[in-house]
Design a binder for this molecule. Structure first.
Ligand code: ATP
Ligand code: MG
Length: 327
């Protein structure tokens, strides 16, 4: 097993709203290993993006990381770093690709110029010409046609898929140790999505970086991840290898998510597509006991009253009372 590169310990992130202080992520423990892809799954509102924004310290002003939380990277607790130190890590060691590439570029400057700027911010000794050559080479690596011409183009001159590739080029510009990919392909058509995933996997193999890959699509995560962690209502409910999750999903939520993946045969007239009943609870109004119990078909009395811990061995943990006697 590869050594760990990022350790999230007891992460709780809260938001102050007009009336309440509500936790979006609670007591999260996660380890990302070197050169691995950790898939993070869960429905909308489960806390996937907030986890990334907490690690990178990019939370909006009303967001706050609890003081007992730790995020360890190379022996440093990121929650305690001065803003200047954090700035020098962001975009260099720790890079991010968001779902919506347009919002990540300044529309007023050519894309190439923006990549050059990132390179020179972190490596001021690199001359502009050399940085531009590097940006052009990155465009080539992410398979943007005619890179030496496209590097001069403005964001609006790119299609969605091409701009997403350019965003990956930007994120890879300073050879990050960890790439945080927040639904990077959700908005793209299937063939562009496969192209981008291929590209990320190839870059990971070439550079040895680790990828923290967020998606609500469990089938996609099964295909690319080494390990998968499933979040529900701000908590980790299950974590194990991608293979184990596919063959032995334990948590009823994971099982329901997998059941909801459209597979061959599910579109036949007589077979209706499965969808999970109900919705993720509002953070201000979470149920008592297991947060999934109102939607869970296997819930029993204890689930409604007490919240389970994570049970199991390190290689496969699950937050469910169904398994408490088994371990
Ligand atoms: N600025 C904010 N103020 C208050 N609550 C917020 C804020 N940002 C996020 N939240 C809440 O935090 C919770 C987790 O949000 P998050 O964006 O992490 O979800 P997600 O799992 O990434 O969902 P999606 O799949 O839709 O991107 C949600 O309930 C959301 O409403
Ligand atoms: Mg999100």
């Amino acid at each position: 097993m590869n050594p760990s590169i990022l350790q999230i310990e007891n992460l709780t992130t809260e938001f102050q709203t007009v009336t309440h202080r509500t936790p979006a992520v609670e007591g999260l423990n996660l380890t990302l290993r070197e050169n691995e892809i950790l898939g993070v799954a869960g429905e909308s509102g489960c806390g996937k993006s907030v986890t990334i924004l907490s690690v990178l310290r990019l939370l909006p002003p009303n967001g706050r990381i609890h003081r007992k939380s730790k995020i360890l990277y190379q022996g440093k607790d990121l929650t305690q770093l001065a803003e200047k130190e954090m700035n020098s890590l962001r975009g260099k060691d720790l890079s991010i690709v968001f779902q919506e590439p347009m919002g990540s570029f300044n529309p007023l400057f050519p894309v190439g110029k923006q990549i050059v700027e990132v390179i020179r911010t972190h490596e001021p000794e690199v001359p502009v010409k050399q940085a531009l050559d590097r940006a052009t080479e990155l465009f080539r690596q992410v398979r943007i046609p005619h890179p030496e011409l496209r590097i001069q183009d403005y964001p609006f001159q790119f299609s969605g898929g091409m701009l997403q590739r350019a965003l990956i080029a930007l994120a890879l510009a300073c050879s990050p140790r960890i790439l945080f990919a927040d639904e990077p392909t959700t908005a793209l058509d299937a063939s562009t999505q496969i192209g981008i995933l291929d590209l990320l996997l190839e870059r990971k193999e070439a550079t040895g970086m680790s990828i923290f890959f967020v998606s609500h699509d469990l089938s996609l995560l099964e295909g690319i991840s080494d390990r998968i962690c499933v979040l529900y209502a701000g908590r980790m409910v299950e974590a194990c290898t991608a293979k184990e999750l596919h063959t032995h999903p334990l948590h009823p939520y994971t099982q329901d998510l997998l059941e909801a993946v459209p597979r061959k045969g599910t579109f036949k007239k007589e077979k209706r597509l499965y969808s999970i009943q109900g919705k993720v609870p509002d953070p201000q109004n979470r149920p008592t006991g297991c947060k999934y119990h109102p939607r869970c078909t296997k819930a029993f009395d204890r689930c409604r009253k007490e919240e389970p811990e994570l049970f199991g061995k390190e290689s496969h943990v699950v937050r469910c009372w169904l398994y408490v006697d088994a371990h």
